[in-house]
Design a protein around this ligand. Structure first.
Ligand code: GDP
Ligand code: MG
Length: 297
């Protein structure tokens, strides 16, 4: 088959937690395929975000931040997902924050060094760098750390310089026919993504401790022409967490459910009904079998 000049490939997006990997992928894809919170380790799954251009298809692989502590089954699965993404990729985007470099960035970069494909250094959050001339120094410092194919400064949140990044990515992709249908944005189902939006809203509403012990399982997802219904189980690990997630008089759960409903409403363009209930399932994060059932690979 003659592909003309079409290019396509997998692009793994790696870096320590919280540098803006998921935000960057959502911005490049043009829709929310991966949830975003200010808390590290929000991304738990390997999620694809697909950017379709007239002459190229970029399949971005969002990876969970790499865990040094592999005690829990969930952390082991997350590390495996990140390593698999690196091994399968034609190109890596190594993301860090333009305004700081930490020991965790250094550790994440170590894992990239062994990869056999080109690595593009993405300096995100340039909106936090002042004055602007400081950027030149930051770019030079980045080039000292590793033989990046290119270093591209961006702001994922402000959609700053993303066209330039896409142009660089295009250049490094192999010639290939599209890997997914041209209207695909993600490999994840709508039902899965709805569950993730609910988890995002709960994580934003909760304090530090609980989010790591919380997962969302969509039990029912019905899409009619004029309305969408989502019924989901919120699983926590302990009875004490249940009270916190429900909140006083059910207030927290209601608030998170409402925020999820509004966002899904906007996404689907029809009224959405969200039904949530909380259940204790002890040690769900410790059992690989339970995790498989919850959609972790
Ligand atoms: P991940 O853990 O690497 O996937 O990071 P997220 O995409 O979840 O983002 C972590 C935090 O950084 C969130 O609060 C984002 O809103 C924020 N963030 C992402 N990109 C930018 C950016 O370009 N500028 C600023 N100021 N914040 C950003
Ligand atoms: Mg993320």
């Amino acid at each position: 088959m003659d592909n003309g000049d079409f290019r396509a490939g997998f692009v793994a997006v790696v870096g320590r937690p919280n540098v803006g990997k998921s935000t960057l992928i959502n911005a490049l894809v043009g829709t929310k395929v991966s949830i975003v919170t200010p808390r590290p380790q929000t991304t738990r799954h390997r999620i694809l975000g697909i950017r379709n251009e007239p002459v190229a298809q970029m399949v971005f692989v969002d990876t969970p931040g790499l865990h040094t502590e592999a005690r829990k089954a969930m952390n082991r699965l997350m590390n495996r997902a990140a390593d698999a993404a690196i091994a399968d990729a034609e190109l890596l985007l190594f993301v860090s924050e333009a305004n700081r470099w930490t020991a965790d960035d250094e550790r994440a970069l170590q894992r990239v060094r062994a990869a056999g494909c080109p690595v593009i250094g993405v300096l995100n959050k340039i909106d936090k760098v002042h004055p602007r001339e400081e950027l030149l120094r930051v770019i030079a410092a980045m080039n000292e750390r590793f033989a990046f194919a290119e270093v591209v400064p961006v702001s994922a949140r402000r959609h700053d310089n993303l066209d330039r990044l896409a142009e660089v990515v295009r250049r490094y992709l192999p010639e290939s026919a599209p890997l997914f249908p041209a209207d695909a944005l993600s490999d994840r189902s709508e039902s899965f993504r709805a569950g993730e939006v609910i988890r995002e809203k709960l994580t934003l509403a909760l304090r530090q401790e609980v989010p790591y012990g919380l997962t969302v399982q969509v039990e029912r997802f019905e899409r009619a022409e004029d309305r969408v219904t989502v019924a989901a189980l919120v699983l926590v690990e302990r009875e004490s967490q249940k009270g916190i997630v429900v909140g006083k008089g059910g207030a927290l759960l209601k608030r998170a459910g409402r925020a999820a409903r509004l966002e899904l409403c906007e996404q689907y363009g029809v009224p959405v009904h969200v039904d949530l209930w909380v259940k204790v399932r002890e040690n769900w994060a410790d059992s690989e079998e339970q995790l498989m059932r919850l959609g972790y690979e």
